[in-house]
Design a binder for this molecule. Structure first.
Ligand code: AHR
Length: 510
């Protein structure tokens, strides 16, 4: 592994056995952007055991539930503070017909979930179940509309059913148990319209988007925020065409970026991996910064005033499914590697909140880089869950700029990554939070935080570390990866020096 010495502070630093990193924290900087809480968004698709088993067990289940939602999951998610939840897909969204998911359950038709293993979907979780879930979690709903196989009329009527106070659809909604309209802000006009969402060209999608955007209306004070179906990772032309043709008709454009080895062949095991793979996947995950920058540059050219937001509405790790599980269900375990990727990705997202206003990790439970895994009545909080919980202090806090002289290194794949990653913010109560990720797999790092003025007095901290980089939390076992109090710091005037363990994430409160 070759290391490059960074020159960020204008000085070169020699690397000793225990790396020494200096971080300047500019807590006095004014007029900094807010880290939109929606950066901590979640995604729930009708895919594998995400909705059924994961979220919804039904009111008759032996598994303790609140009106059909797993009680253990709801409690864990309430602690997490989920700001926004995207549903019903993903690829599923472009084959979903919302009318199939309302009314008495016994009358709801069944469909084949063609994208995800051919599983039969009974539509028992539909619009009411989703909006009631969002109320329970106190989060914003984010609907992905069917553009690929649906019609303009169908999506327009879904918006009316959900948000209008009067009319036949409002009466139908009341008959189905909900008199008051819900509020709906985020409306995705299609998903991956270049692929599973219709296999379209960007020019064709742009024309189609215009029709959807006109007929999806604002009812009774509800104001829609329309999201155009955006690019996959390096497809800059998609963003360019959309900004050119419909930049004045959308509130935001989406982007999808997965940490994956590739789309053909094996994606590697989520748990059985070597040190090279640890670095390769982390380096792939942090490449998202370059991708965000490139999409932002295109957006800046068309929209210098920054009216259109960028929403990374799918991101996360994608590995081979756990042995013995349905390949179409995307069920994977979650290790300290996923936690590191989550922390380093969130640190990056914080730096781009001028355009990046939302990010939804894929997915909330039992699918891809999940917060939670379930098996029957058992539940496991994954290492990624713990990062999201430790980091939720940054939601809606003011970004605090930092500079670090951390070296960069070249992963075996040739991708470059930093040897340490830091972010900071100040919350509404004035508390300063600094989060640090040390991706070195076997090396603790001494990291000194130098403040502009602050002479830290009361410091509390948590650390997420694990016996090995492959450690994960499993059913029926004591959690191998769980946060612990962090006390390995020394104060010295306006500085604090920390010993950050190898392969760990530390969050401090000042
Ligand atoms: O998150 C799984 C799938 O990944 C989604 O359905 C799709 O949008 C993306 O390709």
């Amino acid at each position: 592994m070759k290391r490059l010495v960074s020159l960020i502070l204008g000085t070169s630093f020699c690397l000793a056995a225990m790396a020494q990193v200096q971080v300047n924290v500019h807590e006095t900087a004014e007029n900094q952007p807010v880290i939109h809480k929606e950066i901590y968004g979640q995604f729930a698709e009708h895919l594998g055991r995400c909705i059924y088993d994961g979220i919804w067990v039904g009111p008759e289940s032996d598994i303790p539930n609140i009106n059909g939602y797993r009680k253990d999951l709801i409690e864990a998610l309430q602690t997490l503070k989920v700001p926004v939840l995207r549903w019903p897909g993903g690829c599923f969204a472009d084959e979903y017909h919302w009318m199939d998911g309302i009314g008495p359950k016994e009358n709801r038709p069944m469909m084949i979930n063609n994208n995800w293993g051919g599983t039969v979907e009974d539509n028992s979780f539909g619009t009411h179940e989703f909006f009631n879930l969002c109320e329970l979690l106190e989060c914003e709903p984010y609907l992905s509309g069917n553009v690929g196989s649906g019609t303009v009329e169908e999506l327009a009527k879904w918006v009316e059913y959900i948000t209008a106070e009067g009319g036949t659809l409002a009466e139908l909604r009341a008959k189905n148990g909900r008199k008051e309209p819900w509020r709906l802000k985020y409306l995705g006009v299609g998903n991956e319209s270049w692929g599973c969402g219709g296999d379209m060209y960007p020019e064709y999608y742009s024309d189609l988007y215009r029709r959807y955007a006109i007929y999806c209306r604002n009812y009774d004070g509800n104001v829609l925020y329309k999201v155009a179906s955006g690019a996959s990772d390096y497809d800059y032309n998609w963003t360019k065409v959309l900004m050119d043709k419909i930049g004045d008709k959308m509130n935001g454009v989406s982007l999808h970026y997965y940490t994956v080895t590739g789309w053909t062949g094996s994606k590697g095991s989520a748990t059985q991996f070597d040190v090279d793979s640890w670095y390769d996947m982390i380096a792939k995950s942090v490449e998202v910064e370059e991708v965000i920058k490139n999409h932002k540059a295109i957006m800046n050219a068309y929209d210098p005033e920054g009216k259109v937001d960028l929403l990374l509405d799918e991101w996360g790790t994608w590995f081979d499914v756990e042995p013995g599980t349905n390949p179409g269900h995307l069920y994977q375990q979650n290790t300290m590697r996923d936690a590191m990727i989550a922390a380093m990705s969130l640190n990056i997202f914080h730096r781009h909140t001028d355009r990046l206003t939302m990010a939804n990790i894929a997915q909330i439970v039992n699918v891809l880089q999940a917060m939670i895994l379930t098996k029957g009545s058992e539940i496991v909080l994954t290492p990624t869950y713990h990062v999201f919980r430790m980091y939720n202090v940054h939601q809606d806090a003011a970004f605090v700029p930092t500079e670090s002289n951390a070296a960069t290194m070249v992963a075996p794949s040739g991708r470059i990554m930093p040897e340490a990653s830091v972010t900071a913010s100040r919350d509404a109560a004035g508390k300063l939070h600094v989060s640090i990720a040390n991706p070195l797999h076997n090396e603790a790092q001494t990291i000194t935080l130098n403040f502009d003025e602050l002479k830290p007095k009361n410091i509390t901290g948590e650390v997420l570390a694990a016996p090995t980089i492959q450690s994960y939390n499993d059913f029926g076992k004591e959690p191998a990866v769980a946060p612990k109090p962090f006390t390995a710091f020394k104060k010295n005037g306006k500085s604090v020096t920390l010993t950050v363990p190898a392969a760990s994430v530390v969050c401090l409160e000042f």
